[in-house]
Design a protein around this ligand. Sequence first.
Ligand code: BES
Ligand code: MN
Ligand code: ZN
Length: 501
Amino acid sequence: MQFETSNLSLAAVRADCIAIGLHDDGKFAPLAQQVDEASGGRLKQLQARGDLPSRLGETLLLLDLPGLKAERVVVVGLGAPADFDRRAWRKALSAALKAVLRTRTLRLALALERPAADQKPGGDYYFGRAVAELTHAALYRTNDLKSARKPKPAALTRVLTAAIANEAAANVKRGFVHGSAVAGGMKLLRDLGNLPGNICTPRYLAEQAKGLASAHRSLTVKVLDEAGIRRQKMGCLLAVAAGSAEPPRFISLEYRGGKAGAAPIVLVGKGVTFDTGGISLKDPGAMDEMKYDMCGAASVLAALQVVAELRLPLNVVGLVGAVENMPGSRATKPGDIVTSAAGLTVEILNTDAEGRLVLCDALDYARRYKPAAVIDIATLTGACVIALGHHTTGILGNDDALAQELVAAGQRADDRGWQLPLTEEYAEQLKSNFADLANIGGRDGGVITAAAFLGRFTKGMSWAHMDIAGTAWLSGSQKGGTGRPLPLLADFLIERAGRGG
Ligand code: BES
Ligand code: MN
Ligand code: ZN
């Protein structure tokens, strides 16, 4: 997909479709005005008849308007001018793209009004990013395994954004490049999440990491098999894998783009390729969705793909603990006590609290890199979904500055997270009579006690934890991966590399 900026008049623009927006106050913004004038007042006539949409996200396709080179015009409603914020703009743009993709448009000129938020510093960059991300999101097709013939792919190959001033063009174009890379990462993340557990196994994730490393010379991969994991004394990770015939894998994927000695950012992903709950078996209800329990791991792989593609001047390490959590005759039982790589003993009171067991050993592994920051990403708790719903990623950690840096990145990237308090008293809920700590802390404050467990393994490192249980996928008729929290993570990394908006 090619993205360009253009300053041509809309009458002359070389595109076979123009998308314009219309507010509900009946006034035409300058770009809609241009189309109206070029077509000899055709839009005004249609508006007078009451045929043009103005409610947010409503669309209408107009064919062969006179006076325009483009043979199609998609009109999208922008709603009330007073409510036209970034979110409304994204919604309108997505709706317009959807309408465009129902046609055989090859070259699209986007001539929607931009929201006021775009006038802020960095606005042009984020405009470019959002255009690229939303275009690719509209083009995304779920990687289903249906045997029927796939529908024809969309024809769209070029998107140009109209009315971009010359001094804004460079930033918009950088946004296009970054947004396209983020979209590529989101596709990888969504595809991996959507794959069923019988395909996307720990070994499959390891193969994906190897594939990334062979596609990018700046990436090096190392995969530990079960014996290698045992040599690292990762007793907690192995306790989760114990019940499954699928062997675990531990993946490290290193990107060297920064100065040789510069401390890396280490990303750690929960890669539970299927979470049955183990002996503490889950209810059958929506158990199929536990194929998404590797979205933290996939976010890490996707983030490294983005970083490598954009050649960011940073050192970044991705670590993934990949396991399947199954019941079985060798499975870990409630009450079993195991020793983590860090040496702390853990009483596993609930085998369904397995993500933290995988992460604690991976977080300990991160220490050898003397990281500038460690960020783990995990579909860790149902409690996070209760607390924040599906809109906001839970962010916790032992370094408020780092946590707030992630919150700010999510704000800028329209992929929001919110910090929850991780104060010392929560760790007390993890006391065990028989081991250094238990792997559960009761129902109350479940998002936070899960983080408190991880906090026992990250002392002395600048660490943040992202609970993406609510944000990484959607249920119901929209079931599927969302590609979150990649925009947030990518923004954080781009900003750390000094290449942001
Ligand atoms: N993978 C789940 C968390 C989860 C649940 C994500 C629902 C998305 C939707 C995790 O391994 C888990 O089972 N957590 C338990 C922890 C509890 C046993 C302390 C949970 O949240 O119920
Ligand atoms: Mn679980
Ligand atoms: Zn899980």
